[in-house]
Design a protein around this ligand. Structure first.
Ligand SMILES: Cc1ncc(COP(=O)(O)O)c(C=O)c1O
Length: 383
């Protein structure tokens, strides 16, 4: 038998050979956009802090006050003693923004997906997942013990075919998709997906991790295009545009009651530190109050794609697809040498052959820096 260390060494050597070995780089974020890494100051185009709210004075103050009042940690699961009073306010705020009856806050977005899907889909159920959905949706689907099928990215006809072939054999069917795709930045066709779900008596769930705060006037992807798409299960995270930490589900009061009773990642995991909940409330206040500010990240991404001659951005995420892992790492290093942080994204996060730079635009990125970055990308990477 191999020793544990031999096993680890073999796996790491294999990753190294395939240019897929990852390391944790120490990164000091000094404000919303600048970071220090390897003693270099870099302008970051790799943070999901789309509204730069991690550094907003009012939001930091809300977190400080919550620590003073309630302490550093929550001390237990929400179902025991970890449900401090701030939770009710945050959940009411989320439900209001998403226009649902109720909401439930989890420890993170990953925990939310890993907890919600197994409550809704049991052994006799079916989960249909867009192939480019986030890893934690697949984790939740696998934990459900139902049948899991993937449909081609945003391909309604493929989804219809899978529904036609499989619907009758399953008691309940859940269709799950990112609202804004995390590595590609495009939007799911939620209106059409919802129609299809209703046609086949299936439930639709969207993961709006990258939509809340930045698309649909800040309300997220089910409000994109100035309409409200009545997606019955709207999941998301508080760790991106909201600038704090935690996950959530917005749904009907009955569904939320069931989730609180059955979601194992809620029941058997400690509640969020009060500071995270307080910061999220303050951030949602700002997002609701200032839709003009919430629109900035997408505007900046559009300015970039126009100048770089890439397909027009529809979210703050712009993929610059390069292909091989080696070339992507080299492009990321070249940009670092020019003073920009643009992380290389490689398989298995994205499909083999589609390694890329994933650029994210935030409200406070200066326009001239965006222009310079676009010129470098157009002339030295895409050329
Ligand atoms: C689409 C999507 N869903 C869920 C998550 C997980 O959220 P969290 O970081 O809060 O665990 C992420 C974050 O990486 C994401 O991009």
């Amino acid at each position: 038998m191999q020793s544990l260390d031999q096993f680890a060494q073999g796996k790491l050597d294999d990753l190294q050979r395939r240019h897929l070995r990852r390391t944790l780089a120490e990164t000091m974020r000094e404000d919303g956009i600048w970071v220090e890494r390897n003693r270099c100051r870099l302008l970051s185009f790799s943070c999901n802090d789309y509204l730069n709210l991690t550094q907003h004075p009012a939001i930091k103050q809300a977190a400080h006050s919550a620590i003073e009042k309630y302490g550093a940690g929550s001390g237990a699961s929400r179902l025991i003693t970890g449900n401090h009073p701030l939770y009710a306010e945050l959940e009411a705020r989320l439900a209001r923004i998403k226009q649902t009856e109720a909401a439930c806050v989890f420890g993170s977005g990953y925990l939310a997906n890993a907890g919600i899907i197994p409550v809704l889909i049991e052994r006799v159920g079916l989960v249909l997942v867009d192939e480019l959905s986030h890893a934690c949706i697949f984790a939740g689907a696998q934990l459900s013990r139902g049948k899991v099928l993937t449909f081609r990215h945003n391909d309604l006809e493929h989804l219809r075919k899978l529904l036609a072939e499989n619907r009758a054999a399953h008691e309940n069917v859940l269709i799950v998709t990112d609202g804004v795709f995390s590595m590609d930045g495009d939007l799911a066709p939620l209106a059409d997906l919802n129609t299809l779900a209703n046609e086949y008596d299936a439930w639709l769930m969207s993961d709006d991790a990258h939509g809340l705060g930045v698309v649909g006037g800040g309300r997220g992807s089910s409000f994109a295009g100035n309409t409200r798409i009545p997606v019955p299960l709207q999941m998301g995270t508080l760790s991106k545009a909201v600038g704090a930490y935690g996950g959530y589900l917005c749904a009907s009061a009955l569904v939320i009651d069931l989730i609180r009773n059955r979601a194992r990642t809620l029941i058997y995991s400690t509640g969020l530190p009060p500071a995270c909940v307080a910061a999220s409330i303050a951030a949602l206040d700002l997002i609701e109050r200032e839709p003009g500010y919430a629109a900035l990240p997408v505007q900046k991404a559009k300015a970039f794609t126009r100048r770089a001659k890439l397909p027009e951005a529809v979210s703050p995420i712009v993929p610059v697809i390069i292909g091989t892992e080696e070339a992507t790492l080299a492009a990321s290093q070249m940009l670092a040498d020019e003073g920009y942080l643009a992380a290389a994204i490689r398989p298995p996060t994205v499909a083999p052959g589609t390694a890329r730079l994933r650029l994210t635009f935030t409200a406070q990125h200066p326009d001239d820096a965006i222009e310079q970055l676009a010129d470098i990308v157009r002339e030295r990477i895409l050329n």
